[in-house]
Design a protein around this ligand. Structure first.
Ligand code: GAR
Length: 189
C-alpha cells in the first residue's frame, strides 16, 4: 500500500478520520503523524490508534523556517511517505518544503476555495453574507491555499450562525470529504 504521513497542529479530528479510513482494501496506510507542537491533541490520538508520531517545535527556530523544515523533512522521510496530508497544520511552508513533496501533498482548507484563503474563513464568510460555506481538498503548490482542487463540500449558512456553529457544520463535511479525496488520490498515484 501507499505510505501516508500526516501533519497536524491541533486536535487532529481530520487526521483521525484519515487514519480510520485506511484499512481493509484501502490503497494506503498511515505510517506517521507529526506536529509542530509537542502538546497537540492529535499526537495523543494518533498514538492511541497505534500510529508512530513525532513533534518538532517550531519556536526555537525563530525566523529560520529552512532549519525547522529540514527537521520536519528528516523525520518525515525516515518513514518514506508516498503521500503527505496536511490536516490542520498551521505553519506556512516554504517552496523548498513544498517542492520536496511536489505532486504528493494534500491539504484541507475550511472554505470554498478560491474564496477565503488564509485564516478566519468562517468569520469572513459570515461577514460577507454568504449563503453557503464549505471546505476544499487540494494539492499543495507554492502559493498559499492554492493548487489543483480535488474536491469540495458545501453546507448552508443558517440564521444566527456564528463562526463556531458554522465551523462545526463545515468540519462534519471535512471528515467525509478528506478521506474520500485521499482514497481517490492514492488510487491514482
Ligand atoms: C480544520 O477545520 C481544517 O480545515 C483547518 O483547521 C481545522 C483543524 O481541525 N485547517 C486550516 O485552517 C488550514 N489553514 P482538526 O485538527 O480537528 O482536524
Amino acid at each position: 500500500p501507499k505510505r501516508v504521513a500526516i501533519l497536524v497542529s491541533g486536535g487532529g479530528s481530520n487526521m483521525v478520520k484519515l487514519v480510520e479510513s485506511m484499512t481493509g482494501d484501502h490503497p494506503a496506510r498511515a505510517v506517521l503523524v507529526g506536529s509542530n507542537d509537542h502538546g497537540a491533541g492529535g499526537l495523543k490520538r494518533a498514538e492511541e490508534m497505534g500510529v508512530p508520531t513525532f513533534a518538532v517545535d517550531h519556536r526555537p527556530f525563530g525566523k529560520d523556517r529552512a532549519a525547522f523544515e529540514a527537521e520536519l523533512i528528516r523525520h518525515l522521510d525516515a518513514a518514506r511517505p508516498d503521500i503527505l496530508c496536511l490536516a490542520g497544520f498551521m505553519r506556512i511552508l516554504t517552496p523548498t518544503f513544498i517542492n520536496h513533496y511536489a505532486g504528493r501533498m494534500l491539504n484541507i482548507h475550511p472554505s470554498l476555495l478560491p474564496k477565503y484563503k488564509g485564516l478566519h474563513t468562517h468569520a469572513r464568510a459570515l461577514e460577507a453574507g454568504d449563503s453557503e460555506a464549505g471546505c476544499t481538498v487540494h494539492e499543495v503548490t507554492a502559493e498559499l491555499d492554492d493548487g489543483p482542487i480535488l474536491g469540495q463540500a458545501r453546507v448552508p449558512v443558517v440564521p444566527d450562525d456564528t463562526p463556531e456553529t458554522l465551523a462545526a457544520r463545515v468540519l462534519a463535511e471535512e471528515h467525509k470529504l478528506y478521506p474520500a479525496m485521499l482514497r481517490k488520490f492514492a488510487e491514482a498515484l
